[in-house]
Write a protein that binds this ligand. Structure first.
Ligand code: ADP
Ligand code: ZN
Length: 722
């Protein structure tokens, strides 16, 4: 028998291998196969229905080297999903499989972890320390050695001594993922609006595929509402997955889950150790992990019995992955739900235009919650016109904003200042000769990070120490920082409010997820007065003491010329100001802008979200932009400008004529060089009816292969146009 086997490589299609005599393999099983001189872990795939095995001479086929029957197999729905994602994104199925397999130690035999339990007779020699251990271990549970030592206040050696004496015995630790979640615990009493929303949601998430947009203002208690759907799913005995755009958000969520269900869910994100990744992957595949919270890649975990997917903050751009397989996790979550016949909940206070239009089209159901759970009202938002109330020279905070901060602090409440720009200053130049520091590998300025004392490129990671003299004219002490980054705002706040307890939160300054979670906890516990942060603090968090949110530069995102600039700015500004006044205190938002009349700013100030969305949707419809039309970006890069441009032109020349499809470009990308590679873009614009993927496949199959270091990548439904 031969079977198609898919290697986790960029191979275009599965390879055929012989199954060793006497063995059987099933689709989804993991095997080791030779490819050339190297062996790879691969998954057994299915032959598409009706397709005969290829006619390859038997002696040219190689045999499967090993069947990994200790590794749980991929459920059939994972195979469907991989095929679907590959077909949609134009990635090779092997690349998608590779994402499904990015599971650390899952493919190695699991070393059981041992703990200790009180079982044997007391030791011959009793000491006070030993007595304390025995006392602590009396409950008969299996203890992790280090926690038992800690609980008894002894050194780990004491524990080992008791193991040697036979008083404690070593036993495999139970898998914490198997900790049962208890759906019958006392839950929050939902208020009237929440109860209505929950009732409607439970109807939609009963069983079978259905997508619901849970659209509730910030602080309305969407989490409490979708917890009901999770409980319902767990009661059916099925698995539930909650996707979050930012790992920073998961900490509070884990705690809330624990409160609600009596145990923590499994986590899945880049911060896990390889061994933890392996354990979680296996626990999911074995249907032991019933509730998983994770970043977008959690969608590719091998759930055999997924009964609910929640996409929290569904509008968030972080759901779009750009490298390797370019996919939009929110959209793929809907696909995964469809393939697995399970319900999907998209939750947001500022839904994506795509989701709202899907509601209009009757594809998604819509549940709205328009009141906050505790606070009487949403924060009152005012624009600060920077032309009328400019900051002092060399400062970035308007007096209107600093007054508001001072008032807030005087009342003992918290203030958050938000600027979506890491570092100290975006540009550094020489006062004498005008020289500006540019990245040698990218068409981008080097950003000063004063805290780390260096100039950094945000595109390739290149950095240099901040020099004392201008590298161009040699002038000393002539360098000036231009424009603000978050560190500079922190400096200004420190000068203005030296007494206030301040914290600066930016992804580059936060060493670990544990530290970040600790800082967020301190904010929640009101151990901090002023929070200065980038989008790390903008989203989802619940800070009960936060009264004022100040946005330093609301115009930053509007300057970007892409079709979603207005939508994205509106969402980010609503989210960040929505952190204020979520509990008992009244919230205020202050937005610094040079364009107070811009529709985005006007909508934020008036709180008239529906008018803003209606306008945006009309504009998209008019322009045939997503979701009314479809886009694909083709990016050509090469180490040599002429090669990149030449190939991009050649690709364009091969574009087939099609009535419903337009090819724009090539044009030099706005970010024309990254990591020393020149970049050219083509944009493909299609109507909704056109089969964009079929068109691209036909087109690209006719393009001569890229030679040398030239690379072509396709991004379906692009979110970045840089
Ligand atoms: P959202 O996600 O809509 O912004 P959350 O679900 O985070 O709102 O709820 C905001 C805060 O209000 C949370 O601290 C939550 O615990 C609390 N909360 C919401 N609904 C209830 C409820 N029915 N009972 C008790 N606390 C609630
Ligand atoms: Zn660079």
């Amino acid at each position: 028998m031969t079977v198609p086997v898919l290697l986790p490589l960029a191979l275009p299609a599965p390879y055929d291998y012989l199954v060793p005599k006497g063995d059987h393999v099933k689709p989804g099983e993991f095997v080791v196969v030779p490819l050339g001189p190297v062996e790879y872990i691969a998954a057994v795939w299915r032959r598409p229905q009706g397709e005969a095995p290829p006619k390859i001479e038997r002696k040219r086929l190689r045999e499967i080297a090993e069947i990994l029957d200790d590794v749980p197999k991929l459920p059939p729905v994972s195979l469907d999903f991989a095929d679907w994602v590959a077909g949609y994104t134009l990635a090779s199925p092997g690349m998608v499989l590779r994402m499904m397999m990015s599971a650390g130690s899952a493919f190695q035999p699991l070393a059981p972890r041992y703990g200790v339990r009180l079982e044997g007779p007391p030791p011959g020699r009793m000491t006070p320390a030993r007595a304390r251990v025995i006392e602590a271990a009396k409950n008969g549970l299996i203890w992790v050695k280090s926690s038992l030592a800690e609980a008894a206040g002894v050194s780990p050696g004491v524990i080992d001594g008791l193991v040697d004496a036979g008083t404690l015995i070593a036993e495999p630790l139970p898998d914490w993922h198997a900790m049962p979640l208890d759906t019958s615990r006392e839950r929050a009493t939902l208020n009237k609006d929440q109860a209505e929303a929950a009732k409607a949601l439970l109807k939609n998430t009963g069983d079978g595929f259905a997508v619901t947009l849970l659209d509730g203002v910030t602080g309305s208690g969407k989490t409490e509402v979708y917890f009901e759907a999770i409980a319902q799913c767990l009661e059916r005995g099925q698995q539930a997955l909650v996707l979050m755009p930012e790992i920073a958000l998961t900490g509070q969520f884990l705690a809330r889950c624990e409160e609600r269900f009596g145990a923590k869910p499994a986590e899945w994100h880049s911060g896990l150790t390889p061994s933890m990744r392996g354990r979680v992957w296996r626990a999911v595949a074995e249907n032991k992990a019933k509730l998983v919270v994770g970043a977008r890649s959690a969608l590719f975990l091998p759930f055999p019995d997924l009964g609910l997917i929640v996409v929290d903050e569904e509008h968030d751009q972080a759901y779009k992955q750009e490298d390797r397989v370019a996919y939009q996790a929110r959209d793929m979550a809907v696909v995964r739900a469809h393939l697995g016949a399970c319900p999907c909940v998209l939750s947001s206070a500022t839904p994506s235009i795509e989701s709202l239009v899907n509601v209009e089209w009757g594809r998604y159901r819509h549940i709205r919650i328009e009141t906050r759970y505790k606070a009487a009202a949403l924060p009152a938002i005012q624009a600060i016109d920077m032309r009328v109330n400019p900051p002092e020279r060399g400062a970035w905070l308007s007096p209107v904003l600093t007054d508001a901060v001072a008032e807030t602090l005087a009342r003992g409440e918290q203030a958050l200042l938000f600027l979506n720009r890491r570092g100290y200053a975006p540009v550094t130049l020489c006062r004498k000769c005008g020289f500006r520091f540019e990245c040698p590998n990218c068409s981008a300025w080097l950003v000063e990070h004063r805290f780390r004392r260096r100039l950094e490129c945000h595109h390739c990671g290149k950095f240099i120490p901040i020099p004392h003299e201008c590298p161009s004219c040699g002038a000393e002490e002539s360098l000036v920082a231009c424009g603000p980054g978050i560190e500079r705002i922190a400096e200004e706040v420190a000068e203005l409010f030296p007494e206030a307890r301040r914290v600066l939160l930016s992804s580059d300054l936060t060493p670990s997820i544990a530290d970040l979670r600790e800082t967020l906890r301190e904010i929640e516990a009101r151990e901090v007065d002023v929070i200065i942060g980038t989008q790390l603090v903008a989203k989802g968090h619940h800070f009960p003491g936060l009264a004022l949110v100040g946005v330093i530069d609301a115009d930053l995102g509007l300057a970007q010329g892409d079709p979603r600039a207005a939508e994205r700015t509106f969402q980010l500004m609503s989210q960040v100001t929505g952190r204020a006044g979520r509990d008992a205190i009244k919230g205020r938002g202050r937005i610094q802008t040079y364009m107070p009349d811009h529709p985005v700013i006007a909508a934020l100030v008036s709180g008239d979200r529906d008018t803003f969305y209606a306008r945006e949707i009309a504009a998209r419809r008019e322009a045939g932009m997503p979701p009314f039309g479809r886009l694909a970006a083709i990016l050509v890069t090469a180490g040599d400008r002429a090669h990149a441009e030449g190939y991009a032109r050649e690709v364009a020349r091969h574009a087939p004529q099609a009535e419903k499809i337009q090819v724009l470009g090539p044009a030099e990308a706005p970010l024309s060089v990254i990591r020393g590679r020149y970049r050219y873009r083509l944009l493909v614009k299609a109507t909704r009816e056109a089969d964009l993927q079929a068109y691209l496949r036909l087109w690209l199959s006719g393009v001569p292969k890229a030679r040398g270091d030239i690379r072509l990548t396709v991004d379906i439904d692009p979110y970045s146009f840089l």
